[in-house]
Design a protein. Structure first.
Length: 352
């Protein structure tokens, strides 16, 4: 089975012509009765061998981290050894030379990216903690910023070498950590500060994702994959911080007014998701709208069946939206001004 990324690579290598690849996409779209541009392709598996290699890779990296923890170089027994991160990062880079650069395996590439960036960040954090064991909150925030900066640098190096689409999202998230650490070191702690920072970061990542999306409105290149992972990183930041600032899930019950506000926001997320043709916002905020409907059904008197009714309503609505996604998206996009529609993904492949 060939993925969209494989098709793109074949066109880039001159194996098949671009018009032949487009004809294949259109043929598959007709068979599925769904426009290709609305399928939101991304590559996670190229075959079961991806899962096999990923499991083996996890075992190997865990073993190396365990062994590295025995190389303490003066670190106290209760403190993690930075060599764990060094060994994991080095092994992840070496394995990526084969499984990512040569074999182009999707799921192992994601694992090895996480191993390299996470290993570098862990090594820097462990070493900083070893050198400054008595750091206060402000110093801890600065250490967090340093660790995130090293993680962002590691992601940049990995992108330059391997260009795995998820790398941009990982590096951007690390960049968010740098800024968050600096702000938390400079500003006195407040309970809402982390959520405000998360909301601002989510909006910034969403804007970056839209920039990548606007450079590939037909979604036929690696840029669309990069945008997918950026949206996946931005959506939970936006949804979680926004609903937490509203006080949702803070206690066993929420008022009817607040529950209706949650549902209204979810509908707004749905309109945005349809306009940009990305489903991450809907998935990330699903838990909150489930809780809101549950609260409404309980307060309406359906105590014993509240969860069943909630699941029935939300499940049916999402399945209906999935089945009618293209038609619903057409209604939303055609109601927007041209200044926006000229930057959104195409409604039909024919206009690409």
């Amino acid at each position: 089975m060939y993925s969209e990324s494989d098709l793109q690579d074949a066109v880039a290598a001159g194996v098949i012509q671009a018009d032949a690849a487009q004809a294949l996409r259109d043929h598959v779209a007709r068979l599925r009765a769904s426009p290709v541009v609305d399928e939101e392709h991304f590559r996670l598996l190229t075959g079961f061998n991806d899962i096999f290699v990923t499991i083996a890779g996890v075992i190997l990296l865990v073993a190396l981290g365990w062994l590295g923890n025995s190389l303490r170089f003066g670190a106290p027994d209760y403190h993690p050894a930075f060599m764990s991160g060094v060994l994991v990062a080095a092994a992840s880079w070496g394995l990526a030379e084969y499984f990512t650069r040569a074999r182009r395996m999707a799921l192992p590439s994601i694992l090895l990216l996480a191993g390299f960036v996470g290993g570098v960040a862990f090594a820097v954090g462990a070493l900083a903690g070893q050198l400054a064991p008595d750091a206060d909150e402000r110093e801890g925030a600065l250490i967090l910023s340093l660790v995130a900066a090293c993680g962002a640098g590691a992601a940049w190096l990995h992108w330059r070498r391997f260009m795995v689409p998820i790398t941009v999202a990982a590096g951007s998230a690390a960049g968010v950590g740098v800024i968050a650490g600096l702000v938390m070191a400079a500003v006195p702690y407040d309970r809402t500060l982390p959520y405000l920072l998360m909301l601002a970061a989510g909006i910034a990542l969403f804007a970056l994702a839209m920039w990548w999306d606007m450079t590939d409105r037909a979604r036929t290149t690696r840029r669309s994959d990069v945008a997918f992972w950026l949206h996946l990183a931005a959506a939970p930041m936006i949804a979680h911080s926004l609903f937490q600032l509203l006080g949702v899930l803070r206690g066993d019950e929420i008022s009817v007014g607040r529950a209706l506000l949650v549902i209204a926001l979810y509908v707004a997320f749905g309109v945005v998701a349809l306009a940009i043709d990305r489903r991450a916002l809907l998935v990330s905020s699903l838990a909150y709208v489930l809780f809101a409907f549950y609260a409404l059904f309980r307060q309406a008197g359906a105590v014993e069946l509240s969860w069943a009714l909630t699941a029935l309503v939300i499940g049916s609505a999402l399945l209906l939206l999935s089945a009618l996604w293209h038609h619903a998206r057409a209604l939303v996009v055609r109601g927007l001004p041209p200044v926006l529609t000229d930057r959104l993904p195409y409604l039909d492949r024919a206009v690409a």
